[in-house]
Ligand binder design. Structure first.
Ligand SMILES: Cc1cc2nc3c(=O)[nH]c(=O)nc-3n(C[C@H](O)[C@H](O)[C@H](O)COP(=O)(O)OP(=O)(O)OC[C@H]3O[C@@H](n4cnc5c(N)ncnc54)[C@H](O)[C@@H]3O)c2cc1C
Length: 636
């Protein structure tokens, strides 16, 4: 009897081990893991498409994890691909958070390893619950001429600019990789490089836009001087019988002031535009960016003064080249990742450094011989700050998605406010019309100024209008969304099926982010849109593009690629607005020095990029010009 019951017990234990995974106790009471040893390959969905994760188990440990065969954006996914496998193997634990700014890739790796654990008969619950103690190191103190807080576009540009003039620089970056939002961009920098803009012909609508801007009431004398200059230029242009697309610094200022609104400082705007071509050529000649020989217009801007790097998809090219130049020119720049600045150090009313904390809780003190540059980006990811300052939008709360890296919490703004810094245009945010329900813009398929329709199958807005106009129109449509429509010519996919952000069409269709059909009728059905209305809308849209005239919504930008062709395939994707760029921020002067609420300079403190305000949602234009300028000014 006794023997028999023992045998049953042993069998039951073995069955339980097979069902729940094998785990036994070590002499110190900790649960010991066991697996069916072997190599387990899992194909999972990353951000851009499939990725393969191979996990190797011995009988009692996860020995090795390799991520291979993926198409993730290297500068975004590099950190999770390196760090998550290393963490799991080192700690034999799956209790790990996603890496900020690369959540989808992080979660994909963790879920693939989890699946492999189950297949290897491991105890997934034990691994998911295994706490890993964070061990901080002795406090670190370092000194450099310049301390830059934030390693995005503005921070890297500022560091390179200062180091070019011989400064030693330390950049602290809160996340595990450089690039911030700058790496997530579509990769377009705007600047009125007239040689390139003049290559385009001017259409009637564009000419009408110039005349309209010349007739508006100037906000101040500076704006009146831009109008006077453009007016003189147009007289000469007409006398010469010119037909090229006109552009100038003054005209760009006029357009941006008109578009970005009353909160924009004409002085700061004008200074940024004046710096934009110097910065363009510095980025080309010193840093080594290989600009496209053609300039284009992008969503929200009807003038083709946007420049990208044809060798790269998205903004990753900028960050890659910045990092390479630091090494190849042997610049005295140290980048310390996973370290967040949280307090400015002040001595005798001068900012002399930054206190910061590493993600392992190690304390850092960074001393600056000449100055500190705040380059921490905007605050679109901080629900608290955007709700605090918002006066313009009906809702900016938690349920509103953001296109931003989650690190964009306004840290630099808060640090500067602690020292009495003033702010400008702080309640002004730009929304991105073409995001998905989560705020992701990387699933873009179609011409971003092509054809937008609502759920009723009708156009409802000038697709070339300012983003605020488009967003307000979208918010008035059924379900507060719209479809972006294109045929093959305007879909923006390369010959291998990748879009401009590096995402593959098959993966986008599989996720439901993009609908694809061979006929327009089929596409209407997939969208749930009235077929007859949709076909009529497409017909009128094509006529508008061919005639370069939109009598219904006043569109002025007509690109051949936005024509919906007679044969498929056709694409549609459902788009919703998401909070994108904070236009306002810290008030600086034209030397990028932070100004306090008494109008005085805070000595030793500079700010660059989206953390600053008063120049509208100027994105990389603001990041690169003010970064470049701050790097020079901090040494004066
Ligand atoms: C999806 C997307 C697409 C876009 N496309 C374009 C485009 O094509 N063209 C364009 O002109 N603009 C575009 N923009 C806007 C543009 O990306 C930003 O305005 C610009 O990148 C801001 O640059 P920045 O250097 O100020 O900030 P970021 O590049 O965001 O860098 C800020 C850095 O600071 C770090 N940081 C934050 N807090 C701390 C702290 N306490 N300590 C240390 N580090 C910290 C962050 O982790 C981040 O790395 C886009 C924005 C998004 C989100």
């Amino acid at each position: 009897m006794k023997k028999c019951s023992m045998r049953i017990t042993v069998l039951l234990v073995c069955m339980a081990m097979l069902l729940t995974g094998c785990s036994k106790s070590s002499p110190n009471g900790e649960s010991e893991l066991s697996f069916v040893a072997g190599e387990y390959e899992i194909i999972t969905k990353g951000h851009n498409g499939d990725m393969t994760v191979v996990t190797v188990f011995s009988e009692d440990a996860i020995e090795e994890i390799t991520v291979k065969d993926h198409i993730e954006t290297a500068s975004i996914a590099g950190a999770p691909i390196e760090k998550i496998p290393a963490f799991i193997v080192e700690n034999q634990s799956l209790k790990i958070d996603a890496i900020t700014g690369a959540t989808v890739t992080s979660d994909a790796i963790i879920s693939a390893v989890s699946e492999a654990v189950v297949n290897a008969k491991g105890d997934l619950d034990a691994l998911k619950n295994k706490e890993v103690a964070i061990v901080s190191r002795d406090a670190v103190e370092k000194t450099a001429d310049v301390i830059v807080v934030g390693g995005g576009g503005a921070g890297l540009t500022a560091a390179i600019s200062a180091a070019e003039d011989g400064a030693s620089v330390i950049i602290i970056e809160k996340t595990s990789s450089t690039g911030g939002n700058s790496v997530r961009t579509a990769g377009y920098y705007s600047a009125p490089i007239t040689d390139l803009v003049n290559k385009h012909e001017m259409n009637e609508s564009q000419r009408a836009d110039i005349d309209r801007l010349l007739s508006i009431e100037p906000a101040d004398e500076l704006m009146a001087s831009w109008q006077a200059k453009v007016s003189d230029d147009m007289i000469a242009y007409d006398e010469a019988g010119s037909t090229y697309l006109y552009d100038s610094n003054e005209f760009t200022c006029l357009q941006y002031k008109d578009r970005f609104g009353a909160g924009v400082s004409t002085t700061l705007l004008s200074h940024m535009i004046d710096l934009s071509d110097d910065t363009y050529y510095w980025l080309q000649d010193y840093v080594g960016l290989n600009w496209n020989e053609e300039s284009v217009s992008i969503l929200g801007d009807n003038w083709p003064r946007w420049h990208n790097l044809p060798e790269y998809k998205s903004g990753e090219g900028f960050i890659k080249v910045f990092e390479e130049i630091i090494v190849s020119k042997d610049l005295d720049i140290e980048i310390i990742k996973d370290v967040a600045g949280n307090e400015l150090i002040v001595e005798d009313d001068v900012v002399v450094g930054v206190k910061a904390i590493h993600s392992d809780n190690t304390e850092y003190t960074l001393n600056a011989n000449t100055g500190v540059i705040l380059a921490t980006g905007g605050f679109s990811a901080s629900v608290e700050l955007r709700e605090k300052y918002n006066t313009k939008w009906v809702y900016v709360g938690e349920d509103l998605p953001s296109t931003n890296n989650k690190a964009m919490q306004g840290d630099g703004l808060v640090m500067a406010l602690d020292l009495g810094a003033d702010v400008i245009d702080i309640d002004h945010y730009q929304f991105m019309p073409l995001a998905d329900e989560t705020g992701d813009v990387h699933g873009l398929v179609g011409d971003s100024q092509g054809l937008f329709i609502n759920k009723e199958g009708n156009r409802f807005v000038n697709e070339g209008a300012d983003r605020t106009v488009i967003v307000n129109s979208i918010l008035n449509q059924t379900d507060k969304g719209m479809f972006l429509i294109s045929s093959q010519m305007g879909c923006g996919l390369d010959e291998n099926g990748y879009n401009s952000f590096g995402a593959h069409i098959d993966s986008l269709i599989e996720k439901g982010a993009v609908l694809k059909a061979d006929t327009l009728e089929e596409l209407a059905k997939l969208m749930g849109v009235d077929e007859a209305v949709f076909l009529e809308t497409v017909k009128t849209h094509n006529e508008n593009v061919q005639n370069e005239l939109d009598s219904e919504f006043g569109k002025t930008i007509f690109r051949e690629k936005s024509i919906i062709e007679e044969t498929g395939p056709y694409y549609a994707s459902w788009k919703k607005p998401a909070i994108h760029i904070t236009k306002g921020g810290i008030l600086v002067n034209t030397s990028e020095q932070v100004v306090n609420t008494d109008g005085e300079i805070i000595s030793g403190l500079y700010a660059a990029g989206e953390v600053t305000g008063g120049r509208g949602p100027s994105g990389l234009l603001e990041a690169f010009t003010t970064g470049y300028n701050a790097g020079k000014q901090v040494l004066n």
